[in-house]
Write a protein that binds this ligand. Structure first.
Ligand SMILES: [Zn+2]
Length: 124
C-alpha cells in the first residue's frame, strides 16, 4: 500500500469518509457515473450502488478504500465534509484576516489543521 493509501486508511479508521482525487489536485478521480443523465447527476448521491458521485463516494469502508488506493496508489485523498465536520479554508491574507474576526474564533476548540497546496492552513 502506498503512503497515500495508508493515510487514507488511517483517516477512514478515524471515521472520516475518504475518496480518491487526482494526484496533486482536488477533482474526484472516479469518473461521474451519471455524466450523461442530468437529473440523476443532480440527485443521486450513491443510492444507485456504484462509484462516481464525487464527494458522496466518501466512505469509511476499509476494503473499498484499500481497493481504490491499490488501483490508484498516487491518488490524493479527498475527505467528505458537511456531516461530521466542516472546513474553514480562507483564501489569501484577506480571508485569514476575516476569519480571525469571527465571533468565538479566539476561544474555538482545538481543531485539526492541514496545509493546502497553496501554502494556506485549512482548519477542520
Ligand atoms: Zn448514482
Amino acid at each position: 500500500m502506498s503512503p497515500l493509501g495508508e493515510a487514507a486508511l488511517a483517516l477512514a479508521r478515524r471515521g472520516l469518509p475518504v475518496f480518491p482525487v487526482r494526484a496533486g489536485g482536488k477533482q474526484p478521480l472516479i469518473p461521474g457515473r451519471h455524466r450523461d443523465d442530468k437529473p440523476a447527476a443532480d440527485q443521486c448521491r450513491g443510492e444507485c450502488g456504484g462509484d462516481g458521485h464525487g464527494c458522496w463516494d466518501g466512505t469509511i469502508d476499509l476494503d473499498r478504500v484499500r481497493a481504490w488506493w491499490e488501483r490508484w496508489p498516487s491518488a490524493n485523498i479527498g475527505v467528505r465534509t458537511g456531516e461530521l465536520f466542516d472546513v474553514l479554508d480562507p483564501d489569501g491574507t484577506e480571508g485569514i484576516a476575516a476569519l480571525v474576526t469571527l465571533p468565538g474564533w479566539a476561544t474555538r476548540p482545538d481543531c485539526w489543521r492541514a496545509w493546502t497546496g497553496a501554502g494556506a492552513a485549512a482548519t477542520w
